[in-house]
Design a protein around this ligand. Structure first.
Ligand SMILES: Cc1cc2nc3c(=O)[nH]c(=O)nc-3n(C[C@H](O)[C@H](O)[C@H](O)COP(=O)(O)O)c2cc1C
Length: 251
């Protein structure tokens, strides 16, 4: 008779080592980079902040582009290293619109499909270096195409440190996709996880393709401690930080 502990304990140890390996792969410094230096790269600017809950209108997205869908599909690639240059509000406007913008004002339907049109995702923008936007964390409001300040610059810094990957720490902007499980309460957490994860995939691909159209680099990430990020965002138990996307001008 085999003692169950002889089987279970090695499996638990191996699973733990696997998780540590995945976390280390994604937090390792890029070739030629100095991880220790990049880890301290969240730089707080000395700019006036705006009030929590204050709303900022985004410029209307400019939909004129010479690029085709084939062009952007051919060129999308994960980019993890960014120049130390600011993004502009028109760029951020187009990227957020691509993720969750409203495309039919009558129905309220959006760029990305949604299970039962429940729209359970919120995009939080960590604005690290965006011209005309004080550093902070902002919630994107599809209705009105605006941002509402959620956390100040210190909160943004804490959030990026909680995410922890060099890409997020050094990017001028990072989107945190937060899922609300409440609309799926009657179907259970498995269904909530499945639907919101699939939706986040749609949103992230839209964001990454728009970044490519704008000649920016971006990377989607799940290799972070979700509890730390959720605490930094002060989320309740029905909300989960399921995906992040850093983007900026690639080096
Ligand atoms: C669900 C998912 C999670 C990912 N998590 C991370 C991550 O935590 N950190 C990272 O640097 N890249 C992450 N990536 C990016 C992949 O490493 C990348 O897509 C893959 O190497 C293919 O390269 P490409 O995106 O340039 O085509 C993730 C990609 C996906 C789809």
């Amino acid at each position: 008779m085999i003692d169950n502990r002889l089987v279970i304990i090695p499996i638990v140890i191996l699973a733990g080592l696997g998780l540590i390996l995945v976390a280390n792969i994604y937090s390792a410094p890029a070739p030629g980079g100095t991880g220790a230096l990049q880890k301290t790269a969240v730089s707080l600017q000395d700019t006036p902040t705006i009030a929590i809950n204050q709303s900022i209108a985004l410029p209307e997205p400019d939909h004129s582009t010479a690029k085709t869908l084939d062009d952007v599909l051919l060129n999308r690639r994960s980019g993890r290293q960014y120049q130390n240059s600011a993004l502009t509000l028109p760029q951020v406007s187009k990227i957020l619109w691509a993720g969750q913008g409203i495309t039919n004002k009558t129905t309220g339907k959006r760029t990305a499909p949604s299970a039962m049109a429940t729209y359970p995702l919120t995009l939080y923008l960590a604005a690290h270096n965006i011209t005309g936007l004080p550093q902070g964390v902002y919630a994107y409001q599809p209705a009105g195409h605006s941002l509402v300040m959620y956390e100040d610059g210190a909160g943004m810094s804490a959030l990026l440190q909680a995410e922890g990957q060099n890409s997020a720490l050094t990017a001028p902007a990072t989107i945190f996709i937060v899922a609300n499980y409440t609309p799926f309460a009657q179907f259970g957490n498995d269904m909530a996880l499945q639907s919101t994860s699939i939706e986040a995939g749609h949103v992230a691909q839209n964001v990454l393709l728009m970044a490519t159209e704008l000649n920016l680099g971006g990377v989607p990430m799940t290799g972070y401690n979700a509890t730390s990020v959720e605490n930094a965002l002060s989320l309740d138990k029905n909300h989960h930080a399921i995906y992040t996307i850093a983007f900026g001008v690639s080096q």
